[in-house]
Design a protein around this ligand. Structure first.
Ligand SMILES: Nc1ncnc2c1ncn2[C@@H]1O[C@H](COP(=O)(O)OP(=O)(O)OP(=O)(O)O)[C@@H](O)[C@H]1O
Ligand SMILES: [Mg+2]
Length: 269
């Protein structure tokens, strides 16, 4: 049997605050095969980001993360010390966030930030690799943009740079947390198409977080529907879209404007 890319079982994440404790993720189980795109869908506050951050062990402190099992490509993340996690982050697992403006240092040219994401090596080769990746994500005039500061690029273009940065080390798993939510609708469509293309080209696993089932329909192989910290429905994208069982999934389907009751495209096919 092929080794699983990700295997999470019995994951619980909570945030203690004074007398109260918020349980953000409750008894979650997830499995991903290499190259699979798994979408996590749910409304605001359902625990999607907390789930993603807990895989990278980056939940905000104070938080308690407990699980029965958390394996990534044969590595036991639960027992991996922080130093080991640091080696993994940005290399084997990388992440693209919602708002590209907050992801870059405002006072540093983009090229320099891209080069810093690469491991040691010759500057010329690193530069070449960064340029190549920028053109693969469809950034026009990549050579000039290497010298640009983040604020001079539009949100959509900056998101392309963040995606390029996340892909520089050819991760086995890319986590994208609502990567199009901060963008205009027309720009969103372009970024979704880009993800669909990159998924095919790089053969990487993708954990794609969204509140919009319409977006997910175009990318995902499997879908986990989250509500109040729990996965209430989990299955192939075809099954979830065509035969949703849980009332909350049906509700999300009704909320997805682009689906409009029909299924124009499933899983990018
Ligand atoms: N650092 C924190 N401290 C305390 N509570 C937190 C913290 N981060 C998240 N939470 C709580 O955990 C729950 C899940 O939040 P989370 O951000 O994971 O949801 P989400 O599904 O990503 O929402 P959104 O779609 O708005 O990004 C919420 O109730 C939130 O208030
Ligand atoms: Mg979130």
């Amino acid at each position: 049997m092929q080794r699983r890319l990700l295997d999470v079982q019995g994951l619980n994440v909570s945030f203690p605050s004074g007398q109260e404790t918020t349980v953000a993720v409750k008894d979650v189980n997830l499995q991903m095969q290499p190259g699979e795109t798994l979408a996590i869908v749910g409304e605001s506050g359902s625990g999607k980001s907390t789930l993603a951050l807990s895989i990278l062990k980056l939940t905000h402190k104070p938080s308690s993360v407990q699980a029965l099992r958390m394996m990534f490509d044969g590595t036991d993340l639960l027992h991996l010390p922080e130093r080991g996690m640091q080696k993994l982050r940005g290399k084997d697992i990388s992440m693209v966030f919602q708002d590209p403006k907050t992801a870059f240092h405002p006072m540093m040219p983009l090229g320099k930030q891209l080069l810093e994401a690469l491991p040691q090596g010759r500057r010329r080769e690193k530069r070449q690799r960064a340029l190549e990746m920028l053109s693969r994500v469809g950034l026009p005039d990549a050579e000039r943009q290497m010298h640009a500061y983040p604020h001079t690029l539009s949100g959509g273009m900056l998101q392309r740079v963040m995606i390029a940065m996340a892909l520089l080390n050819q991760p086995k798993l890319l986590i994208a947390d609502e990567p199009t939510t901060a963008l205009d609708v027309t720009v969103q469509a372009g970024i979704i198409r880009l993800f669909a293309r990159l998924k095919r080209q790089f053969q990487m696993g993708m954990l794609f977080i969204s509140h919009d089932l319409g977006v997910v329909a175009q990318l995902a192989d499997n879908v986990a529907v989250m509500r109040q910290g729990q996965i209430v429905e989990y299955g192939s994208v075809e099954r979830i879209l065509q035969h949703p069982v849980h009332p909350y999934t049906r509700h999300l389907l009704q909320m997805a404007p682009r689906l409009g009751g029909t299924l124009p495209m499933i899983g990018g096919r």
